[in-house]
Structure formats: structure tokens, C-alpha cells
Design a protein around this ligand. Sequence first.
Ligand SMILES: [Zn+2]
Length: 404
Amino acid sequence: MTATLLTGIAELATNDPARSTPSDPLALQYDAALVWQDGRIVWSGPADRAPAADDRIDAAGRAVLPGFVDSHSHLVFAGDRTEEFRARMAGERYSAGGIRATVAATRAATDDQLRSNLRGLVEEMARQGTTTVEVKSGYGLTVEDEERALRLAREVTAETTFLGAHVVPPESADDPGAYLDLVTGPMLTAAAPYARWIDAFCETGAFDADQARSVLEAGAAAGLRGRLHANQLGPGPGVALACELGLVAVDHCTYLKDADVAALADSGTIATLLPGVDFSTRQPYPDARRLLDAGVRVALASDCNPGSSFTSSLPFCVAIAVRDLGLTPAEAVHAATAAGADALDRSDLGRLVPGSPADLVLLDAPSHVHLAYRPGVPLVAATWRAGRMVPPVDGSNWQPITHG
Ligand SMILES: [Zn+2]
């Protein structure tokens, strides 16, 4: 099959695990080239030693990095919450209850309306360099609507997450116990064929630690891996629970006690930070520096959703992480690529080494630092997924994000 050479790369972020160090997490190479064939990287190294290939692309002194791996999003929804955002910026407080507005709009939407919105957002992400995205359910909250959300999500990614335990829907407000029985019973049974992961929103106004534990345990019994929304709106038991259960990742981590930080370091559970949420809800930012210095692994994700973080842009999250979370630009890019892949237990992704999928981003800049140095500027010149440029210009060769 056709081999493609991308040469003239001023700075190549490889995330090569054999060379990545705390001072050089991206394992940078300079004046580099890459070759891919059949959707996978087959060679990387100095441009002047690159082998011949069928096609040749000149990066002309630009930077190349692995495609972003966005390990947390909620893209199956209808409606929008512009007015809620406007009110919040005028001083109103964010609460978990706004989710119910999106639930009503999502239930009322047709499959095609949800599919069109979902695919539009995935394309928007690809234009900003995201090559893998995790997508959660959680705006259906009935057996049929949760199953539908996951079936649609599975059309665009293998990384699908059942989030029936997002909030208690209005019709179950008088009997949250019965709703939990539904989530861990018939809803889980319907969702499991389309889901790889199970998640719960462990927060005041959503589910407590005992409820979250019962959801995660039921999911595990059905063959789903666990993840958790925790410690977003205040200190809480979620991070400790995630570490105790040995989950791959726990997400938000805005309010952490010292014991939470120690538990994260000991368990190896990745702290996935979602600074787009803290930006959009006027919450304090988590202290990523404190986490890295304590030996905690940190990932960055968008949490793209219509209520608390309606950004699909990991470059935006990288810029905030550098400006306000205390990460270096290299640490932030690593957190949004290799660590995002690890947060999905997909260490095959987020690296540009021989054998990796050819999922990569060409920046219209000489260095990854520009992602933070030039915030808000569309620096992604091109994105390739499995060696093919995305998104398709005319929509004719749409391909899902999975790697089989
Ligand atoms: Zn979320």
C-alpha cells in the first residue's frame, strides 16, 4: 500500500515512552520526518535519513504532534443552554440540575437530529486536532433513550460510556432508589452491548458515594470498566472511591484534600482535569502542578457538553492548563495526548512511534508552545486519523474514529 512521508518537521512530539522524561515529556525530535503506511507509523527519525516513499508532504518547518485524545465528552444531546450560560456569567451559580433541561430536549429529538449534532461536533473536534474521543450517554435517562444514545455514540467511536447515573430524572425525583435500581438493572442490560465504560456523577445534587459504588460494581459485573465524575463542585468522597476501586481515571478533581492527592499517587488512577468546565462555570481551577509534583498522572479533556463546558477544543484546554493550572506547555500537550490515551487504557494511541496509528496534527507553528502562547488562534493546519486527512471536506468519506 501507499507509503506517505511527512518531512520538514521542525519539532516532532513523539511521546515515545522509551524517551519521555519529566523534563521532556513529549520526547521531542527536531528536524524530523515520519513515514506511515496502511494507517500506521512505520518510521520516524531525522529528516535527512528518511526513507523514500510514494507520497511526500513537506511540513516546511512546522510542528507535528500526536492527535489529541479527548477522554471525556457528552456529545449525544439536543438543544442548547445559551440562556443558562448568559445568566451564569451575570452572577448565577452553576448546579448539577441544569442537566435536566438537556434531558428533555434530547428525549424529544429524533435519531437523525442527535446523529447530525454528534457528527458535527466530532468533525469540529477533528478540525482542532482531536483524533480519538470518548462519548458518554446520560441525557436520556430511560432504558430506551440511554440505549439509543450509546448506539449512536458507537457509530463514531469505540470509547463509549454508559452514564445513566448522571442525575435522577424529574419523573423519579420522589424515588431515587427506584431510579438507581433501573440504572443498575434493565438500563445497564440495554446499554452494555454498546458501551465499553460505565460512569457516575458523584456529587451533591447527583449521586452519593454508596450510590456511585453500586453503579460501578453493577457495571463491572456486566463487563464494563469504571470511570467517575468527582470532586467538581466541592470536596467529596468520589476521588477516594475511584482510587479504592482502582479505576483507570477519575475526572474533574477540582477540590482535592491532601489525602485525595496521596490516594491518586498510590493507586495510579489518572486525574483527568477539565478546565473548560471551570472556565465556563467560574469555578476555581484545579492545581495540576500540585498533582504532578505528588507523582499523580494528569490528563486533560474537554468535557464538551451543552451545559458546563461547550468547547470542543483541546488547544483551548491546553492554553488554560498552562496559564492557570500550572502545567508547562509540554506537560499540557502530553496530558491531552498520551495521558488522555492512558485514561482510556489505550496506550496504543497518543504516541508517534513505529506501530502507532498515524493519528497526528500538523500545527501552523514551529513549536507546540504556540498552542498556549497563541490562545484562540486556529493553529491546527491538518489532522490525520489512521493516515487519512480529516474531516472530509465534502462529507463523502466520513469515517468513524475507531481503530477496529
Ligand atoms: Zn462530564
